[in-house]
Design a protein around this ligand. Structure first.
Ligand code: HGY
Ligand code: MN
Ligand code: MN
Length: 411
């Protein structure tokens, strides 16, 4: 029995309904009402597929199929279920749904694994609400402490722990996951780029993941009247911010071909059409496959920002995230390759220009990723689409790989 394409398609469609922006893509912020709707749906399906459901002190969801060796380390399979603003229905969600599909296949085949299987749905991978990103996996692997987490607030100043309680989650629960309890972490994800589609290949076996840094820059000047303040007496925070932002592409191009720099979010204060802005806050996302270039680009950007401290303008930079480029586990990659060949599914190796939770787990366990093609290479937008047939192919490969990794004896 193979993965059920219609069931996969249905789960993707149902989960895409849990959005704050119906008709304008998926907007599902961590600990929001939409999070709660998706969470309940995922937990219901985990129970339906015979899994025991728990949530940790961050609200990461786990569905466990106990193995013969109870207490043995688990094979984790899943992804994140939060989104960017007005994002797509597949980013993260596809990996959670395919994890559910693997559990359904274990149930249909009445397989009891030797090592436990856990389907996982991770929170706040995108960082849309709390900044930085990869929060669920970074928290689980101890990259920040409980005390630090208790200080996290969103743009409205609400504590993450209060937002958790509002949807019935308990931040006092266990947060850290001992790596000894994890045998492997596997994640299927949409490619979010054009390579697999251009090659007409349905499966990418991810070799490496780009290194990335996220900065938040604050530029301060002085508010004033747009009409009565002479040009040579202004301390216009937005003009200084604009000069920084306009220079970033040049830094990326001069650094290296695969270095990319993006400003995705910008806030102007007080944001009045006839008021000279006195404060601007914006993000800078810097990525490169080579850590040397990533490091160099960060230094260049910080030096550029420093030069804008002039004529009454002051700048401040906060680095919310830094994660070096990661190579994924060789043994997992060769298992994916072998299973793809046995199933007769065309595949290729691929590098990820997007960051993923798999890169966090790569520091503590054998971590592997499969990609499926993205229509027109689009992602982080309502037009995001991947074919359920490709997702089913990925589910079949994962099912075979997980049977091997959990040393499941086929009855
Ligand atoms: O930004 C990324 O690469 C991922 O979508 N969080
Ligand atoms: Mn994303
Ligand atoms: Mn993602």
């Amino acid at each position: 029995m193979f993965a059920n394409e219609q069931r996969i398609k249905k789960h993707i469609e149902n989960l895409s309904q849990f959005t704050k922006t119906p008709g304008a893509g998926v907007t599902r912020l961590t600990y929001s009402e939409e999070d709660l709707q998706a969470r309940n749906y995922i937990k219901d399906k985990m129970i339906a597929y015979g899994l025991t459901v728990t949530e940790d002190g961050f609200g990461n969801i786990f569905g466990k199929l106990d193995g013969v060796y109870s207490g043995a380390p688990s094979v984790l399979v899943g992804s994140h279920f939060d989104s960017v603003p007005n994002g797509g229905a597949y980013d993260g969600t596809a990996g959670v749904v395919v994890g559910l599909e693997v559990a359904a296949l274990f149930q249909e085949h009445q397989i009891t694994p030797t090592y436990p299987l856990e389907v996982i749905a991770l929170i706040e991978e995108e960082g849309t609400r709390y900044g930085g990103g990869l929060m669920g996996s970074r928290g689980m692997t101890g990259l920040f402490s409980r005390e630090e987490f208790e200080s996290f607030t969103d743009a409205n100043g609400q504590l993450a722990t209060d937002a958790m309680k509002e949807i019935g989650l308990d931040p006092s629960k266990v947060q850290y996951r001992d790596p000894e309890t994890i045998k492997a972490f596997l994640e299927l994800h949409i490619e979010q780029g054009p390579i697999l589609e251009d090659k007409a290949i349905p499966i990418g076996i991810v070799e490496s993941i780009v290194g990335l840094a996220q900065l938040e820059v604050t530029v301060k000047g002085r508010a004033g009247h747009a009409g009565t303040t002479p040009m040579n007496q202004r301390k216009d925070a937005l003009v200084s911010a604009a000069k920084i932002i306009a220079t970033l592409p040049e830094i990326a191009v001069l650094e290296s071909e695969d270095t990319v720099i993006t400003t995705g979010r910008l806030q102007v204060f007080p944001n009045g059409a006839n008021v000279i802005p006195d404060q601007v806050v914006f993000t800078i996302d810097i990525r490169s496959t080579d850590e040397k270039h990533l490091f160099q680009a960060i230094e260049e950007v910080k030096a550029l920002i420093e030069t804008k401290n002039e004529n009454g303008i002051t700048t401040f930079v906060e680095q919310n995230l830094y994660i070096e480029p990661k190579a994924l586990n060789k043994e997992i990659r060769s298992i994916f390759k072998q299973k793809s060949e046995e199933l007769g599914i065309p595949h290729c190796s691929i590098h990820s220009g997007a960051g993923h939770d798999a890169m966090v787990f790569a520091d503590v366990t054998a971590s592997g990723m499969l990609f499926v093609p993205s229509l027109n290479g689009l992602s982080h937008c309502p037009e995001e689409y991947s074919d359920a047939g490709d997702l089913a192919k990925g589910a079949n490969i994962l099912f075979e790989a997980i049977k091997q990794l959990t040393e499941s004896k086929i009855m």
